[in-house]
Write a protein that binds this ligand. Sequence first.
Ligand SMILES: Cc1cc2nc3c(=O)[nH]c(=O)nc-3n(C[C@H](O)[C@H](O)[C@H](O)COP(=O)(O)OP(=O)(O)OC[C@H]3O[C@@H](n4cnc5c(N)ncnc54)[C@H](O)[C@@H]3O)c2cc1C
Length: 478
Amino acid sequence: MAESDRQKINRKDPGYRGVEERLRDYREVEKVLCENEVKEQAERCLSCGTPFCHGYACPLANVIPETNEMIREGRWKDALEMLLSTHPFPEFTARICPALCEASCVLGINDQPVTIRQVEKMIIEKGFAEGWVRPCPPLKRRGENVAVVGSGPAGLSAAYSLNRRGFNVTVYDRELNPGGLLLYGIPNFKLDKEIVSRRIKLMREEGIKFECGVNVGSDISFNYLKRRFSAVLLTGGTPQPRDLNIPGRELEGISYAMQFLRAQNKRLIGEPLADGEDFTAKDKKVVILGGGDTGSDCLGTALRQGAKQVCQLEILPRPSENRPEDNPWPLWPRIDRVSSSHLEGGTRRWSVTATGFEGDQQGRVKHLHCAEVEWVRQDGKFTPIQKEDSAFTVDADLVLLAMGFIGPGPDPLADALGLQRDGLGNIRINQEHMTGLPGIFSAGDMARGQSLVVKAMADGKAAAEHIAFYIESAQQGK
Ligand SMILES: Cc1cc2nc3c(=O)[nH]c(=O)nc-3n(C[C@H](O)[C@H](O)[C@H](O)COP(=O)(O)OP(=O)(O)OC[C@H]3O[C@@H](n4cnc5c(N)ncnc54)[C@H](O)[C@@H]3O)c2cc1C
């Protein structure tokens, strides 16, 4: 296409289903572009000689310009093969990746970037619809067994790669179903749980074994694993949430965000709720502490459950609408992000700190005391300082703590093995993803800290390569 014609095509996003309609259900909110629209969007790709999307931004190194070229030529099956050559599960990132690739698209310098995530979605969903995505067991099975502990995106991606290389892979998870945060954390309105089970079914058909409801290190010991497996990969995530130790923290009605989100996902997949897990936001005044993605997922979930009002508070200042000067292209832009949930309701406030909870006679939270803060540089560090006379109170009969995760926390297997941790409490690994113990590897959030699905997948894939090399080298007596 001539450059002048290309310039006439604007970026087109699919948008969301109407607010009124989507608040009545938990189905995915994002609409899809039609095939012709996706083709047209692929036309916008500049086919850069130095594609930052592919070489700099995408942790999986997806070959984006070439894939766009194939879409332009209508070669959907070739595009699928190209995508799957670097990416094990595009159907997940096509729905929930923040699209690091788009942030570094060269068009983004003076125009809107290519809708790379939408192109990826059409390729993989067409692949499933046409029956091109089929179970692909290895041509030849090897004798060695590998255990993967944790079935989030890191564990699944490692299991997929190791199985393709012919290893016998068993994935353990303490939850009743595989998927990690894809299943129990991320809400259905962003990633439908059918999409997760569709992939797990394929993986089982490819020969991967899943043993769920098994807490490794407590239900089964390391000695058990050692007798059966040539290598063990730990991908247990970072389940330890950040707490808030302010007066009144012991009151009833204050929960971690993940307890709330996990319970809703369990309801949707039909899993029984544990004692104390069966609470909702219905008819409640909800306060969410934490202005990030987890907080926004709580907001969308609380609104669907019928909350009376929802307020999301963040201690950091509101980011600017456009990139700050010290944050130029192709870096990930530190800008104010508005999620689909933010468009559905609730209020947001920034530069606010919580100072104490207040309860009623029954010991249930009723109010949250807050104050505004100003961020000032002190001893070289940005520090929040409470503004004078800025105290205020919000009504709250459900408070959700969504202030991030501080690492894997106590882990029965890592602790039994005495695995070293880094300064943030994550499992310490070397460049080959191996812990201090030979044959014990770690990947994903558990080793890198709280991050993104695409990074967990890339880590799992890299760890699988090192595990294969470790086993093969051991066999050759190297
Ligand atoms: C609410 C929420 C929303 C998010 N939304 C997004 C998003 O939209 N986009 C995005 O890119 N990222 C998102 N993230 C981040 C993303 O989900 C994580 O970075 C990613 O899931 C990490 O993958 P993982 O495989 O390392 O760990 P996890 O997904 O946490 O999986 C770890 C698994 O290990 C299991 N496990 C732990 N210990 C044991 C044990 N001893 N024995 C057996 N099993 C064990 C756990 O049960 C769990 O299933 C979100 C995170 C949260 C919390």
